[in-house]
Each structure stands twice: as C-alpha cells, then as structure tokens.
Design a protein around this ligand. Structure first.
Ligand code: ADP
Ligand code: MG
Length: 177
C-alpha cells in the first residue's frame, strides 16, 4: 500500500502531467502539478514569471510550491516541473517525503511530442536554439540529477496508460494485478 506522495520527475514532455493525472485517477489519489499550482498561486504563466523575475526567481517560487503541494495525507500524485531537480534541496525533499519516479525518454521522443504540441507559452526555450538540440543538452546535464532524485526509473516512451500500469506494477504490484 502506498502511504507517501508519488513525485513524477523528468524532462519537459516526458508525460509528468499526462501520466500523473491518469495515475492519480487509477489509484484514487489527489493530483497536483507544481506548474499548475504556480500558475494558480501567482496568476502568471511560467513564461511571464521568467520574464519578470528571471529563472532564479522562478526556481525559488517553484521550490516554495513543491513544499506547499506536498500534503499530509500521502494519497497524492505530484507532477513536477522539468527543472525541479536542479535544486539539491528539492531532490532531498522529494526523496524524504515521498516516492520519486523518473519518467525517462530519449531526446527524439521528447522533441517529437513537444513539436506536435508547442508549449512556448507555458515554458520558454532555455537557449533559443532548435528544440532537439536543446533537449539533448538538457538531458545530458540533468540525467544524473533525475537519477539521483529517483527511487524508480521507468520508460516513458510507451502510451500513457501503459506507463501508468508500469508505475503501478512497480509501486504496488498487488493493486496493479
Ligand atoms: P510534462 O508534464 O512532462 O512536460 P506532458 O504530460 O505535458 O509532459 O506531455 C507533453 C506532451 O506529450 C503532451 O502533448 C502529451 O499529450 C504528450 N504525451 C505525454 N505522455 C505521452 C506518452 N506516454 N505518449 C505519447 N504522448 C505523450
Ligand atoms: Mg507538466
């Protein structure tokens, strides 16, 4: 039985929001998303916060939100922003307060998803360069941080429902059947 929050980490486009929402539904858990919570609490998109406060301001707000959405009940799935693991304090907080699942996918898979549904409004380009190049570079820089944060690493290139099932099999084999 799962009694701690499940945190989903991984690069932009790996499916934290999509899979997290479906996983919460399947488990009957509450769903939170740090990007959505940030939007709700500030009334501003990520792009707008970065524009006015810079990435440092955004990261500070993101850490605050991570603490805020982590409730006492434990029956919750929390989708995080792709850069949440950049902070050592965030990685430690998630590991100590819950089960951290890294949704791993290759750069080409992420680039394909993001080019199908461009999300510039929610998450600005970090470098202004072509998306595949940027993703490869980000993955290279962050792979060890995702691994460091994670209790479990799962393949996120399957269909969302299959990723949900794989997570359930890993975390609660009895419930997944
Ligand atoms: P994240 O929250 O990790 O940035 P999202 O859940 O917002 O990722 O998904 C980004 C895009 O990729 C969305 O268009 C979503 O529909 C699609 N997507 C997410 N997970 C999958 C998946 N497992 N298979 C195919 N497409 C997916
Ligand atoms: Mg998301």
């Amino acid at each position: 039985m799962i009694t701690q929050p499940i945190y989903l980490v991984g690069a932009r486009g790996c499916g934290k929001t999509t899979v997290g929402c479906a996983l919460a539904q399947a488990l009957g858990f509450q769903f939170s998303d740090t990007d959505h919570a940030l939007l709700a609490s500030t009334g501003q998109s990520v792009a707008r916060i970065v524009e006015t406060e810079g990435w440092t301001g955004f990261r500070a707000r993101e850490s605050e939100i991570l603490h805020k959405v982590t409730g006492a009940c434990g029956h919750q799935v929390i989708a995080t922003g792709g850069g949440i693991v950049l902070s050592e304090a965030n990685r430690r907080f998630m590991r100590e307060h819950g089960i951290v699942v890294y949704l791993h996918a290759a750069a080409a898979v992420l680039a394909h998803r993001l080019s199908t549904v461009p999300q510039e409004e929610q998450r600005p380009s970090l470098t202004g360069r072509p998306i595949t190049e940027e993703i490869e570079e980000i993955l290279l820089a962050r792979e060890s941080l995702y691994q460091d944060a994670a209790h479990h690493v799962l393949d996120a290139s399957a269909a969302p429902q299959d990723v949900v099932l794989a997570i359930m099999r890993q975390l609660c084999p009895c419930a997944a059947g």
